[in-house]
Design a protein around this ligand. Structure first.
Ligand SMILES: Nc1ncnc2c1ncn2[C@@H]1O[C@H](COP(=O)(O)OP(=O)(O)OP(=O)(O)O)[C@@H](O)[C@H]1O
Ligand SMILES: [Mg+2]
Length: 1056
């Protein structure tokens, strides 16, 4: 899904792509060179530097910064089809990356073009795209950083300003980016090819040595320069100013030095290693300052010893030994060492060889260190790689030497690879696969490659032969041999064999090769030496003993020991072998192509030199490429691969198909979104004409993959949750089993306990009557508890209740104690309750008084106990009368009635009985007529002398007075009052209490009571125990009362 921003960018890009055609295959006049170049030029003018020929990207160097390399543009090219977006280097990177992620196929991006065409820049853009588009994690970011930062380091040491390019790669570089299974970059590896080391000691006019020398001097780090004994002026160093070009306005050496040092940190090159590295670089500079003079005998000597001293000091080697090595050559002659002094030229040569040797190895050491920091960790399973090839481009200088020969040979090989993989093999394939095909003619540069590297008769082989053969082989003998061998070769020209016209343009010491990209004339001088790459053994020895770790690492002692025994490998054959290996690497990967074109030779922006571009288009074979694309098929795959990928798109082939892949593909194509003309079925492969068709198939695949993904997801979820469910179910079963077993165990315990308990109980029951012993202890204990429990519900509720639940003999004592306690408790409760109830309290007090007075003193007292004392024994109507008469008339206001009852009053004279009402107040006792409630008698309490009663069960009592009562001037002194009450005990107690004269109560013990009558006479009442109660008058006029034991008062007779 594109965001709005991306859509906007896309729109502007698309609008601009209307300039010309973005794929040259779409050119109307596709066979015309003019149309092709015009298209490139039109687009170049609009800053559209990229154009396609099918999947091949043509990039024209703009020589200025374009705003087309930023994160926004990266996002635009992510996850989109190749043809859905305008041509861009990012599209190439994305295609390669997507193939890695989806197909896990190794990829390589082949970037070719001549020097200054923009190969290195293109590599950097691809790296930038990979870094920006891959996901960010700490680990991946670290790898990305290192991959990116390897560039400034290698460029500093391996790039130089040439007349063709201010930042020309002077070495070949093949970088592998390693990806994890998730498509994250996890590491990398760099292979370096033949550094142009002659540049160390010599540069042609307008060129510089490697950037690092100038960067180091421009660093402005005084301390560092002092330490390296360097002076900041490059002119002080012979090897830096041979080209008379110290500063370049497009290069900021100081800034680049800073950037390079930061990069070194990121690539884990420690500060100490950096110092050693710079020391070696400084040593090379000082080495270049050594000058030699010719002595009289012809042998050489140093003119200035200072550089020797500095070099030996910097490298930590012996000055003398170094000097000896530079001035002499030691040869082993049959076990003996023979020392030969060198001539001045030889010494210079030795010096230069040493400088070149040291720097060359230093560069390889650096690559190794970067590789160490880039290397994928061992635990990572390294998946596919993306190879980026950035090699020095084809170059033609005024003077071309061995290095240019190698560089151009390398470019021939790359062109050959390109031809093999695109033009030739493609056409061969159509023919082999039986596809109808009209061949496209193209120039195959294999003939030039063979001229150079064929064995045994290639230029390189002849050069090796000359270098290794004994005798006086020189550059000229080598040329002679070349002339002999290739005199008639269409691509080789030399002075000896050339036609007259050509001979005029060629010197004696030159030969020319007609390369695919142009004719190059090579200077013969130095070919042999450079191929021999000779560094004297004694010089190597000196450096191997160096205290500087970097330089001693570069010249390991083992190598020097082994040096004598093996035949030296020439630089040429070394390069040839490494190139062959590189070709194998590239052939094993799926290639993407970027063809860089240089628009002018002056590094100028906005300048499009049509002639120059036409030349490049010609030699790169781009027109042939277009023709092939027009006639050919954009996509092909072996049936197995194609069928495996797309078989899920047809019901006939999915999910199971037993036929061959070819048969399957035949069935499958019917279901794919393509017409008959869109594809061809070959012998072993299917060919699809247009990429759009493939994209349409891919879309269908993607759609069905989503569908399959959801089916797989469903199935997996079902499986996952079923497993989870089964696990839970199993867990539930286990828990239930454990729970049941736990319950069963608990039950068992319970039953065991119960059985034991029952057994104990039975035993205890059997022994229950025995003394307390172990057998009955529990039983007894149980019985006790049980007894206590039962007792709780059956306790007497009143302290009057003597009943107590039956008790086991063992509990006798306890029971008694409990009974006592319980009774006390009940009483206590009762008392507490009483305190609150004043009425009852009074009642009880009076009962107590009755108890004290009559207990054991008067028969029948016991019968009165249960019946509570009352304040009134009157009926309702009587009480109304009492109210109306007595209370209204007789009672004084403050007088309080204490007791009222009906009584029988016996006259003192004659003992006739009358029904009366007894009213006791707190002042006096009144006797009222029961008829009209008029006052008959009144005894003030203060006059009450005694209250007597008999000891028998009769209901008589006498109120004795000691003075006359005066009321309304009437004196009531009629003598003592004889009364009979249905509640005699109650009546006596009430009067005694009201009168506060308890001591006045007397029990007549003699069986008679004497009472006073009016006028001082005395009467007698006799109490006799008899069988039947009756009251009579005795012979002597006394009152005789017969009372049987257990008599209860005849209340009816009294109250009615
Ligand atoms: N895409 C680009 N955008 C802007 N400038 C570019 C671009 N490509 C190349 N250049 C300019 O061209 C110069 C040369 O490019 P580069 O170093 O990549 O060439 P090269 O092909 O690697 O050459 P050589 O073979 O000499 O190493 C760069 O320094 C840069 O200034
Ligand atoms: Mg380059």
């Amino acid at each position: 899904m594109l965001t709005t921003n991306q859509e906007k960018t896309m729109d502007t890009l698309s609008a601009r792509t209307k300039v010309g055609v973005q794929d040259c295959v779409l050119l109307e006049d596709y066979k015309s060179m003019q149309a092709f170049v015009d298209n490139l030029q039109k687009r170049f003018r609009e800053d559209l530097i990229y154009t396609y020929i099918g999947p091949v990207l043509i990039s024209v160097n703009p020589y200025r910064t374009l705003n087309i390399y930023n994160d926004r543009i990266v996002a635009l090219y992510q996850n989109v089809g190749f043809y859905e977006v305008p041509p861009h280097i990012y599209a190439i990177a994305n295609t390669a990356y997507r193939s890695i992620v989806t197909e896990f196929r190794d990829q390589c991006v082949l970037i070719s073009g001549e020097s200054g065409a923009g190969k290195t820049e293109a590599t950097k853009k691809i790296l930038h795209y990979i870094a920006a588009s891959c996901p960010h994690t700490v680990k991946v970011d670290q790898v990305k950083k290192r991959l990116l930062q390897s560039n400034p380091i290698l460029e500093a040491f391996g790039n130089a300003k040439t007349t063709r390019n201010d930042n020309s790669s002077r070495f070949g570089k093949y970088m592998d980016i390693q990806f994890s299974i998730k498509g994250h970059p996890v590491g990398g590896h760099i292979l370096n090819y033949l550094l142009e080391k002659s540049r160390i000691v010599n540069q042609t006019t307008g060129e510089r040595n490697f950037h690092i020398f100038y960067q180091l001097l421009a660093s402005g780090d005084r301390k560092l320069l002092d330490h390296l004994r360097l002076h900041k002026d490059p002119n002080s160093y012979a090897i830096l100013c041979k080209g008379q070009c110290i500063s370049v306005n497009t290069i900021d050496d100081a800034a680049e030095f800073g950037e390079m040092r930061k990069a070194m940190e990121i690539c884990e090159i420690k500060e100490s290693d950096q110092m050693e590295l710079f020391t070696v670089v400084a040593a090379v500079m000082h080495l270049g300052n050594m000058k030699f003079a010719s002595e009289r005998g012809g042998s050489a000597d140093v003119m200035n010893k200072v550089p020797v001293e500095i070099v030996s000091q910097l490298l930590g080697c012996k000055e003398e030994k170094l000097l000896r090595g530079l001035l002499n050559r030691t040869i082993d002659v049959r076990g003996e060492k023979v020392v030969t002094p060198l001539t001045k030229e030889q010494a210079i040569h030795a010096r230069d060889a040493l400088a070149k040797g040291i720097y060359d190895r230093l560069f390889s050491w650096l690559v190794k260190r970067i590789n160490d920091s880039l290397g994928a960790k061992e635990d990572e399973e390294v998946k596919p790689v993306m190879g980026l090839l950035d090699i020095y481009g084809f170059e033609v200088f005024l003077h071309n030497s061995f290095e240019q020969f190698c560089i151009n040979y390398c470019n021939e090989k790359l062109q050959q690879l390109f031809i093999t993989l695109t033009l030739k093999s493609e056409q061969d394939e159509y023919i082999n696969e039986g596809i109808e095909w009209e061949p496209v003619q193209f120039f195959n540069n294999k003939i030039i490659c063979d001229l150079i590297d064929a064995k045994p008769v290639g230029i390189m082989a002849i050069l090796d032969e000359e270098c290794l053969r004994p005798g006086d082989a020189t550059d000229f003998t080598f040329l002679e041999k070349l002339a002999d061998t290739f005199g008639t070769h269409p691509h080789f020209v030399c002075h000896a064999t050339a036609e007259y016209q050509i001979r005029r343009t060629l010197k004696q010491d030159e030969f020319r090769i007609l390369h695919y990209a142009g004719d190059v004339t090579y200077k013969l001088r130095g070919f042999m030496d450079k191929n021999n790459d000779l560094l004297f053994r004694n010089l190597k020895e000196v450096i191997s003993e160096s205290k500087n770790r970097v330089s001693s690492d570069c010249f390991p002692k083992e190598e020097i020991c082994a040096d004598n025994k093996k035949r030296p490998v020439t630089a040429g054959s070394q390069f040839r072998t490494s190139l062959a290996e590189l070709m194998d690497i590239l052939m094993s990967k799926q290639p993407c192509y970027v063809r860089c074109i240089k628009p002018n030779n002056n590094k100028r922006a906005y300048t499009f030199d049509e002639r120059l571009v036409r030349h490049q288009v010609t030699y790169l074979g781009l027109l042939e490429n277009v023709r092939l694309r027009r006639a050919g098929f954009a996509y092909r795959r072996p049936y197995e691969v194609f069928f495996r990928r797309y078989k899920c798109l047809s019901k006939e082939t999915w999910p199971v198909f037993h036929g061959t892949a070819r048969h399957g593909t035949q069935l499958l194509v019917k279901y794919l979104p393509m017409k008959e003309d869109d594809f061809r079925l070959g012998e072993t492969k299917i060919f699809i004409r247009l990429p759009e068709t493939l994209f349409a198939i891919e879309d269908v695949l993607q759609e069905s993959r989503n569908r399959f993904a959801s089916i797989i997801q469903c199935c997996f979820r079902a499986y996952y949750y079923r497993q989870k469910f089964l696990k839970m179910k199993w867990a539930a079963v286990i828990i239930a089993a454990h729970w049941r077993s736990y319950l069963a165990r608990q039950e068992l315990k319970r039953r065991k306990r119960a059985a034991l308990c029952i057994r104990k109980f039975v035993k205890g029951f059997i022994n229950r009557h025995n003394e307390l012993c172990p057998e009955n202890k529990a039983f007894i204990h149980h019985m006790r508890i049980n007894y206590i429990r039962r007792l709780r519900d059956r306790l007497p509720t009143s302290f009057l209740d003597d009943a107590w639940p039956p008790t086991h003999p063992f509990m006798e004592t306890t029971a008694r104690l409990l009974q006592k306690m319980h009774r006390k408790n009940l009483i206590r409760k009762y008392c507490l309750q009483l305190k609150k109830d004043r009425k009852r309290m009074r009642q009880l007090e009076q009962k107590l008084i009755a108890h004290e007075l009559f207990k054991g003193n008067k028969e029948g007292y016991e019968n009165s106990i249960p019946e509570p004392f009352r304040t009134s024994r009157l009926s309702k109507s009587q009480e109304i009368m009492l109210n109306n008469v007595f209370i209204a008339n007789v009672k004084q206001r403050k007088e309080a009635i204490r007791y009222v009852s009906q009584v029988l009053k016996y006259n003192r004279n004659g003992y006739g009985s009358r029904r009366r009402i007894l009213v006791v107040t707190d002042k006096a006792s009144y006797i009222l007529s029961r008829y009209n409630y008029k006052l008959r008698d009144k005894i003030f309490h203060k006059n009450l002398k005694a209250i007597t009663t008999s000891e028998l069960s009769d209901d008589f009592f006498v109120l004795h007075t000691n003075s006359s009562e005066r009321n309304n001037n009437r004196i009531y002194n009629k003598g003592d009052i004889i009364l009979r009450s249905g509640h005699v005990i109650e009546a006596i107690v009430k009067i005694a209490v009201a009168a506060k004269k308890l001591r006045a109560v007397e029990i007549a013990r003699e069986g008679s009571i004497t009472h006073n009558m009016i006028n001082g006479k005395q009467g007698l009442i006799e109490f006799i125990r008899g069988s039947k109660h009756h009251v009579t008058i005795g012979k002597a006029g006394e009152l005789r009362v017969v009372a049987p034991t257990g008599y209860t008062s005849d209340r009816e007779a009294i109250y009615i």
